[in-house]
Design a protein around this ligand. Structure first.
Ligand code: FE2
Length: 319
């Protein structure tokens, strides 16, 4: 489970420099009211912060996302969390990698180190509590015995509330270069990839199979943010609660091969997605995961409906 209130100690691989978490993502959207409706319907807690909105999960202290208003939906920056004693090491490491440091974006306070990746996307490494999970997240499945009802009435269906941000998938102009970059600069490790089209990276201090996923495009962008829930039932009920609010487009329900998670993607008002995800593979800090490259048709999804034709269309590249 995610570390809450110090009950679960953050896992750490000794002697290795690497970010421990995807701390939060930031994007601009053309209509904050629409965004609030979308993410509240999705089951998040949306709070005003500055002139924008902060995305929280109910009952969890961490802020997972920041939305600000802009002329169009656009990935703004990614922030990664690091252990406090690693920050000076990252400072030296960035210098050794000839990474040019930047001031924080205007209006964003930060204790972190800022720079741009090869696609021009601002990246921050900040001191933060480890918000990536320290063990495999709890996943439940229930079955009743004979002479008992297994399902509840529809009117009694609970509202799905994700527990935490799981990962984001960024569009990138070069997946191979992205793997090299995030390995070298941030200390992420490759989990799996597919034919130069997609790659999944985990944190060395213990994280899900991917805290960062990368997909090939002509320009950078945010394809989806993914949120962890505790069961296939939660995934399905989440999809239903979104459909009941009018957010019927998306892809799912299904199961991925790479990462193994059950998924349902709901299309947001700007052509990107929010994903309900359950039972994703976990890579502990003391495990050496063997990365592999997989044929696309054999690894995109194990089962589920055919994805919509524009599922991997980068609308940020066309704006
Ligand atoms: Fe995902």
């Amino acid at each position: 489970m995610t570390q809450i209130g110090g009950f679960i100690e953050a896992t750490r691989r000794p002697g290795v420099l690497g970010v421990h978490s995807l701390d939060h993502f930031s994007m601009t959207v053309p209509d904050l009211d629409k965004a609030k409706t979308f993410y509240e319907s999705f089951g998040l807690e949306v709070r005003p912060e500055g002139r924008g909105l902060a995305l929280h999960t109910h009952g969890h202290p961490h802020r997972w996302g920041l939305l600000s208003e802009g002329p169009r939906k656009k990935l703004h920056y990614l922030s990664f969390g690091a252990f406090e004693d690693d920050l000076p090491r990252f400072r030296d490491h960035l210098n050794a990698c000839n990474v040019e440091r930047l001031p924080p974006p205007p209006g964003f306070e930060s204790n972190g180190l800022w720079f741009r990746n090869y696609d021009g996307v601002p990246i921050e490494i900040r001191v933060a509590e480890k918000s990536s999970p320290n063990a495999k997240s709890v996943f439940t499945t229930t079955s009743v015995g004979p002479a008992q009802r297994g399902a509840i009435s529809r009117s009694a269906a609970p509202f799905t509330r994700p527990r935490r941000l799981a990962h984001v998938l960024l569009y990138t102009t070069d997946v191979t270069r992205a793997i090299e970059y995030y390995t070298k600069v941030l200390g992420l490790r490759l989990s799996d990839s597919s034919e130069g089209n997609v790659a999944f990276m985990h944190g060395v201090h213990g994280s899900d199979h991917h805290m960062l996923a990368l997909g090939r495009s002509s320009a950078p962008g945010l394809h989806h943010c993914s949120w962890d829930v505790g069961s296939v039932q939660d995934v399905g009920l989440g999809a239903m609660q979104m459909a009941n609010k009018g957010f019927v487009d998306g892809w799912g329900t299904g199961r991925h091969v790479l990462g193994s998670n059950y998924f349902h993607y709901v299309r947001d008002p700007w052509g990107s997605y929010a994903e309900y995800s359950a039972d994703i593979d976990y890579i502990p800090s003391n495990a050496d995961w063997e990365a592999a490259d997989h044929p696309g048709e054999d690894s995109f999804y194990l089962w589920g409906p055919t994805p919509p034709p524009d599922f991997v269309r980068n609308y940020e590249a066309e704006a």
